[in-house]
Design a protein around this ligand. Sequence first.
Ligand code: ATP
Ligand code: MG
Length: 265
Amino acid sequence: MTALTSIRDLTVTYRRDGTAVAALKNIGLDVVTGERLAVIGESGSGKSTLALAIAGLLPAASRIDGRIEWPGLGRAPLGGRDIGFVFQDPSASLDPVMPIGKQIAEVARTHLGLTWPQAYAKAKNLLERVRLPDPDSALLAFPHQLSGGQKQRVAIAAAIAAGPKLLIADEATSALDTIVQAEIVALIRRLVAEDGMTLLFISHDIALAAELAERIAVFRHGQLVELGATARIVDAPAQPYTRALLDAHIGLDAEPLLNRSGLAT
Ligand SMILES: Nc1ncnc2c1ncn2[C@@H]1O[C@H](COP(=O)(O)OP(=O)(O)OP(=O)(O)O)[C@@H](O)[C@H]1O
Ligand SMILES: [Mg+2]
């Protein structure tokens, strides 16, 4: 099992109003090539900071100590090409005044060196793959003409347009209602399998994490408190904090947590 990315002794500190906030403390974690790894924890536990650090997207007003290496790539990652990033709010990553086909084509053109016609053909194929109805007219649609779930499908299409090795989804389903959330989770699972991507799925929801991930990393107050196979984490959490996250899903025991299948994609 090669690590796609290997995080060693990572500490991230934000400077805010002259004070330093340690958002991650001495994190050691491997993201194994081809795995689906979930990172869970309460708000402020450092999940997004970890995602941004891996993607090289931390703001300038942050200090990074430690190492993030890429043995599975054998080189430094190219942002936007090797790493696809899906944010919680698709409106934030989509340009409101550009047709969505052009936005997706632009990613393919920039990173894959395609011509515009090739890039549009790729965009149409991606809209089909994320199951947007009527891809031909969808190419010309603007983000505001789509529902929240459809916008997230487009954001996912753009995130995978350059064929990334790693897909990071940071609370990518949190703003959606339960049914759409399940559909997007199923969509991510299918695309990751089809393209052989490695997935870093970030969520505060342990049930969603258990549904999608093979391993779960539990973060609290900037620290990695527990890491293990999903079934082990759900059946026999070692940490009281993980147990508390599980207990927060009242009425759900380990069985349904692990077996919520049959979702539409
Ligand atoms: N740009 C920033 N400047 C200053 N502090 C920040 C910044 N981003 C995050 N923080 C702080 O770092 C800590 C970790 O934040 P982070 O956003 O990584 O948590 P999170 O687990 O993603 O939370 P959420 O579930 O709410 O998205 C928090 O204390 C937060 O206030
Ligand atoms: Mg976050």
